[in-house]
Design a protein around this ligand. Structure first.
Ligand code: 5AD
Ligand code: SF4
Length: 452
C-alpha cells in the first residue's frame, strides 16, 4: 500500500555507517521498529522513517552523513528522519539545528523509547540521548540479516585513551555484558540455526574487568566455544596491550575459535606510538605477534594503521613500512589521520599536510597489497572452509570467508548465501582468492528472528 506522496505507511529504512558494532546495533533498531509495528520499506525512498546510524571516527564518515542529509532536503518526499550512533552522541541537538531535516536524535540508551520519540516528533524535533554510560541492548529484540552467522557484543564503550580516537568520548566507559546474558543469547541464536558468532567490542580483550567477580576474555571465549553446535567463534577488535597468553591458549586449544586476530598496530614508530598513547612500543607488538603465531597454527593477522599522525616524520613512516615488512600482515586497513575535535591529538602541533598523508597512504597500500597477495598465495591449491556471505559486488560470484577472514570468491551457481562449504582455492587476485566448491558442509534451514 502506498500513500499519496509515494511512501509506504509504517515503513522504515536504516542506513548504517561505520563499524560492525553499528551494523549490529542497526539489527536491534530494526527489531525494535518491527516489534512496534513497522516493516522494512521496499526501497529507501518509500520509507516513512529513515534512520541514520552514524560514525564519527573520521571526518570523511561524518561528511557522508551530512551529504546524505542534504540530499534528503532536496528530495520530494519528507520522511521522518532519525539520527543515532556516534554523531548523535557527539553533536546531539546541533544535528537538528544544522541539518533542518532531522526530526529525532536518539542514543543507544534511548533506543527503547524510539516509537515514543517518533510520536513526539510529529509536534517538533526531539533530541533524547539518555546516558551513554548506561546503554546496553540486552532487552531489545533484533532482526538478523544472516541466518548462520551473528554478531554478539561482549562489551560496549572503551576505557583506553588513544590520543587520536573519538570513540571513548562518544561510546562511554567500557561496560561488559554479563557472561549469562552473552551465553544465553548465543544459545538462543544457535537454537535458531546460527553456527558462527563474532564477539564484538571496541577492545574485546579487556572484557570482564568491570564485572564482579571479574572475569577474563579468555574465560568467556572458552565458554562461548563450549556452547553445543557452535562451529566458528570469531572476535574483534583485539588490543595488543590486553592480548594475554591465556587468550592465545584458548585459541589454540578450542577448534571452534577461528585462527584470526584483528590486532591494530596504528604505527611502527615508537615515537608515534607514544604520542598516540597506545601503551606499548614496536618491539612489544612484534613479540606479541611472534608469540601468537608460535601458539596458533595458520594464524591470520589483520591490522589498522594510521598514516600522517601529527609529527610523523619520513623516518617514523619508514618505521611503519619496516614493521609491515617485518610482520607480514595478511591484510590491513590503512587510514589517513583525521583530526577529531576534543581529542588530545587534535591539539598537537606539526600536522602532516594532506599531500604527504596521501603519498604515504599510497606507498603503504602498495607494500601491503604485496603482502596480502603473498598471504592469499599460501591458500593456493588448499581446501578451505568458507562461510558464504552473499553476492559479490561484481560478477557472478558469491563471497566466502575463511576462518581467518580472508575472502574467497565462488561461482554463484555453486554456493548459496548462508551456507558453510569446503572449497578448493584455484587462483588469487589482489584482494581475494577464487575457488570451487568441494563439499557443502552446512546449509541454512529456517528463517529466524530472536529477542536481544
Ligand atoms: N583518524 C584516522 N583513523 C582513525 N582511526 C581511529 N581514529 C582515527 C582518526 N582520528 C582508525 C584506527 C582504528 C580504526 C577503527 O580507525 O586505525 O583502529
Ligand atoms: Fe579508540 Fe583506542 Fe578505544 Fe580503539 S582502543 S576504540 S582506537 S581509544
Amino acid at each position: 500500500m502506498s500513500s499519496l506522496n509515494g511512501m509506504e505507511p509504517n515503513s522504515y529504512f536504516i542506513r548504517t555507517f561505520g563499524c560492525q558494532m553499528n551494523v549490529h546495533d542497526s539489527e536491534h533498531i530494526a527489531g525494535l521498529l518491527e516489534e512496534s509495528g513497522y516493516s522494512r520499506a521496499s526501497t529507501p525512498d518509500k520509507a516513512e522513517i529513515i534512520v541514520f546510524n552514524t560514525c564519527s571516527v573520521r571526518q570523511s564518515a561524518e561528511d557522508r552523513v551530512w551529504g546524505n542529509l542534504s540530499a534528503l532536503r532536496a528530495g520530494r518526499a519528507s520522511p521522518i528522519v532519525a539520527v543515532c550512533g556516534c554523531m548523535a552522541e557527539r553533536y546531539g541537538n546541533k544535528i537538528i539545528e544544522r541539518s533542518q531535516v532531522v526530526d529525532i536524535v536518539f542514543g543507544l540508551d534511548t533506543l527503547k523509547r524510539l516509537p515514543e520519540l517518533i510520536h513526539r516528533s510529529r509536534n517538533g524535533s526531539v533530541c533524547d540521548l539518555g546516558d551513554k554510560n548506561e546503554a546496553t541492548l540486552d532487552e531489545v529484540p533484533s532482526v538478523h540479516g544472516r541466518r548462520l552467522s551473528a554478531w554478539v557484543p561482549v562489551s560496549y564503550g572503551c576505557d583506553n585513551c588513544c590520543s587520536f580516537c573519538v570513540v571513548p568520548s562518544v561510546k562511554g566507559k567500557e561496560r561488559s555484558r554479563s557472561p549469562d546474558a552473552i551465553i544465553d543469547e548465543i544459545k538462543s541464536l544457535v537454537g535458531n540455526g546460527v553456527i558462527e558468532v563474532t564477539l564484538l567490542g571496541q577492545n574485546v580483550n579487556s572484557y570482564g574487568r568491570d564485572l564482579s567477580p571479574a572475569m577474563s576474555f579468555a574465560e568467556i571465549l572458552r565458554s562461548v566455544a563450549s556452547v553445543q553446535r557452535i562451529r566458528r567463534v570469531k572476535f574483534e577488535t583485539s588490543n595488543p596491550r590486553d592480548l594475554t597468553d591465556d587468550i592465545l591458549e584458548v585459541m589454540d586449544q578450542r577448534p571452534e575459535v577461528c585462527e584470526h586476530l584483528h590486532l591494530p598496530v596504528q604505527s611502527g614508530s615508537d615515537r608515534i606510538l607514544e604520542a598516540m598513547n597506545r601503551g606499548h612500543d614496536r618491539l612489544y607488538y612484534i613479540e606479541k605477534v611472534r608469540k601468537a603465531r608460535e601458539t596458533i597454527k595458520d594464524l591470520v593477522i589483520s591490522t589498522d594503521i594510521i598514516v600522517g599522525f601529527p609529527g610523523e616524520s619520513e623516518q617514523d613512516f619508514r618505521d611503519t613500512l619496516d614493521l609491515v615488512e617485518a610482520v607480514g600482515f595478511d591484510s590491513a586497513f590503512i587510514f589517513k589521520y583525521s583530526p577529531r575535535d576534543g581529542t588530545p591529538a587534535a591539539r598537537m602541533k606539526n600536522e602532516v599536510n594532506d599531500q604527504a598523508k596521501s603519498e604515504r597512504f599510497l606507498r603503504l597500500s602498495k607494500l601491503q597489497d604485496q603482502k596480502t597477495l603473498q598471504s592469499l598465495r599460501r591458500l593456493l591449491g588448499r581446501n578451505v572452509e568458507l562461510m558464504v556471505e552473499g553476492p559479490s559486488r561484481k560478477g557472478d560470484y558469491v563471497v566466502g570467508r575463511t576462518r581467518g577472514n580472508q575472502v574467497v570468491l565462488l561461482p554463484a551457481l555453486d554456493a548459496d548465501a548462508d551456507s558453510l562449504v569446503m572449497a578448493k582455492v584455484q587462483a588469487v587476485g589482489r584482494h581475494a582468492a577464487r575457488g570451487d566448491v568441494v563439499e557443502v558442509l552446512h546449509a541454512k534451514c529456517s528463517s529466524r528472528s530472536s529477542g536481544g
